[in-house]
Design a protein around this ligand. Structure first.
Ligand SMILES: *Cc1c(COP(=O)(O)O)cnc(C)c1O
Length: 431
């Protein structure tokens, strides 16, 4: 569910009129709903009431300082994948002792910084990394808390690039090999086993794979609990959201994909909670998309229309540099006009494309939409996760601005990048 809706024919985010925001701040513009993020966080926490748990928001989905601040105030922990994300979390008031540090390629300096900050856990993805963390910790006379990321070999995820829990993916340590790593850690020294982790993929829209992966992990988790006294089991993130959702039913709790029963938060919790409760461990969750995906839109203005013999094109001012999901993962985003069209307004099938010089630069292809004219404002829905966070300045296009709406309060939470910033740090060698 989300707090975007038409009110008197104008698309609003909570109490803010999106057209007014676009006039004030320009386009492309990301707009986030604080109420939606908070609501998602609280619902997830409520669905797990009765189980000792900590929600560690996956920062990579949307790392804007205002989003991190909002979640830190809710009591969230954070799942980070780089020194840069650690810096962001601490700067936004997040607590290091609620941060889990994931990722297959942690550098020595990142490990040193995370250790000094006092993260809750290094989520280890290989034996080499375990050795490196041990070495850094011993050099500092410290003990690094760690959890091994186990690969449960379960197929899941909406696209091959976002499936992570199969044995052919680069992530995690083969299930069978995990106990050996805990034994090795004990002999290496400088390491304290605190948990075990898994994460099977992203945009998973059914409960089955989660329950299957947890079930496969249970014997291992029990063994690590007995032999190494671990305190938490992180079941990762990956809960999918509705990308196809009509605004008319925007108030519904509807996380799945159109025409499918869909995965509700309650359904997700109900599928894993009975397996997890008997463990008596703290359960960590690492949702990214689930918390922020449907809490953001990308506003873009129509620049031109163009027709070729084969196609109609609606050319807009946001491109793949602003939102790469359609190009990278064949991501599907609903696109709606900021002015509610009349029920009998003409519709057309068109490609919605950006200004970037790439054929992959599209926001939608062969999409049936209300006919759009130059100057019209469109909202690309469900753009709160992996939207701005994956933006680049390709084609020397400055990064978009970001706005956070909270009820009737509107804050610009990131200024639009200007051209001086675009070239900051670049030098022409003296001659
Ligand atoms: C990306 C990632 C997540 C978040 O995935 P979502 O699909 O956004 O929930 C959680 N944990 C790890 C280890 C990740 O890499």
């Amino acid at each position: 569910m989300h707090f975007f809706h038409y009110r008197d024919g104008r698309l609003c985010c909570e109490d803010a009129d999106l057209a007014a925001l676009a006039d004030q701040h320009g386009t492309p513009l990301y707009v986030y709903s604080a109420g939606t993020i908070r609501d998602h966080y609280r619902r997830l926490s409520t669905a797990l009431a009765g189980i000792d748990h900590l929600i560690c928001y996956a920062v990579k989905a949307n790392s804007n300082a205002a989003v991190l601040d909002l979640l830190a105030r809710e009591g969230a922990g954070f799942d980070i994948v780089s020194g840069g994300e650690l810096f962001r979390v601490l700067r936004a008031g997040g607590r290091a002792d609620r941060c889990t540090f994931a990722g297959v390629g942690k550098t020595r300096s990142e490990i040193e910084r995370a250790l000094a900050a006092g993260v809750k856990s290094f989520n280890v993805e290989s034996e080499g990394e375990l050795e490196r963390i041990s070495e850094v910790a011993r050099a500092h006379g410290a003990e690094a808390p760690f959890a091994v990321r186990a690969n449960p070999d379960v197929a899941a995820g909406g696209h091959k690039y976002i499936s992570t829990g199969k044995s052919e993916n680069k992530f995690g340590v083969a299930h069978e090999d995990v106990p050996r790593l805990y034994a090795r850690a004990a002999s290496l020294g400088g390491l304290r086993p605190v948990g075990v982790q898994m994460h099977i993929g992203s945009q998973i829209t059914e409960a089955g794979p989660f329950a299957l992966a947890v079930e496969r992990m249970l014997p291992l988790v029990g063994r690590l609990q007995r032999e190494h006294g671990i305190g938490f089991f992180s079941i990762g993130g990956g809960v999918g959201i509705a990308y196809h959702h009509s605004l008319a039913s925007g108030a519904e709790e509807w996380w799945g994909v159109r025409d499918q029963p869909g995965l509700t938060l309650a359904g997700y919790a109900a599928s894993v909670a009975p397996l997890l409760r008997p463990l008596g461990l703290t359960i960590l969750l690492e949702p990214g998309r689930l918390l922020v995906g449907n809490a953001g839109v990308l506003l873009t203005r129509v620049l031109y229309r163009k027709e070729s013999p084969a196609k109609k094109f609606v050319i807009v001012d946001a491109g793949m540099n602003d939102l790469i999901r359609p190009a990278l993962y064949s991501g599907w985003h609903e696109i709606v006009p900021a002015r509610q069209p009349a029920a009998d307004a003409p519709r057309e099938t068109a490609d919605v494309v950006g200004p970037v010089c790439e054929s992959g630069d599209f926001l939608a292809q062969n999409r049936e939409l209300p006919a759009a004219a130059p100057g019209d404002l469109l909202a690309v829905m469900s753009a709160g996760a992996y939207g701005f966070a994956m933006a680049s300045t390709y084609n020397s296009r400055p990064l978009a601005a970001e706005v956070l709406v909270d009820g009737d309060r509107v804050d610009l939470v990131r200024e639009r990048q200007d051209e001086e910033e675009l070239v900051r740090g670049e030098r022409i060698p003296p001659r």
